[in-house]
Design a binder for this molecule. Sequence first.
Ligand SMILES: [Zn+2]
Length: 120
Amino acid sequence: MEYCIDCGNRIRGRTDKKFCNDHCRSHYHNALNRGRNNVFKEVNHILKKNTAILDQFVQQGVFQIEKQTLAATGFDFTYFTNFINGPLGEQYYGIYHYAYRQHPAEQVELVQTAEIWPET
Ligand SMILES: [Zn+2]
């Protein structure tokens, strides 16, 4: 005896079916995709917020920031777009067109990625 994985009702007919009908099939897949899209939206939101925070510092001409100051703005250090190796092997965290690296003295150095690799 098989049950629909969407509505839980018993399935009539072939025993290899997962859904009782097309309505349940599309309802199930739409709900699944909605969940996945929410994850994308959530991460994109954090990355956009991080970028907007960096925009504000750059617009003020500030490229050295206390880590504490950056954290106080709501900047989320756990989200970034890529790792970038600088010309001297230093490691930057990329956030779209920005990159930053942390110095031992709790300072964050902010650059625009074009400054690390002018051709990119
Ligand atoms: Zn069903």
